[in-house]
Design a protein around this ligand. Sequence first.
Ligand SMILES: O=C(O)CCC(=O)C(=O)O
Ligand SMILES: [Fe+2]
Length: 138
Amino acid sequence: MPDKVLGKSPHSDTSTITILTQEDNVTGLQIRKEGEWVPVKPIPNPLVVNVGDVIVIWSNGKYKSIEHRAATTEGQARLSYATFLVPHDDVEIEPFDHMDCPRSVWKYKKVRCGDYLRESLKMKMDGKAHTQVAKIET
Ligand SMILES: O=C(O)CCC(=O)C(=O)O
Ligand SMILES: [Fe+2]
């Protein structure tokens, strides 16, 4: 029932990077660019690499995690494998000093990686709403 099922709701990954295999010839993955959903064009033997939220925090927002979703297509089976590279649960993530980032300009607070993942997973998957977990309120 592809007309009734989206596939995977919009989100950004809570990883450092994500490596995704895709089908050679079935479109499904879409990224959000300037508010529009743009399909990722299939190519032979693809590996898609997504920047995840941990890199956003480390870079104090200089690098953006991509909002994406997966859509189904009638009559076309689709399989993707996602490998999420995530620090150990106990690793504390915070903006890196060497990103020219004194504490006074931090947009993200120090969070334990496991807490960030679990707090994000508790929330409804809704684009980048879960990144609030690590944001410093202004
Ligand atoms: O199916 C895909 O290509 C994307 C899957 C995905 O975004 C995820 O598992 O986080
Ligand atoms: Fe994803």
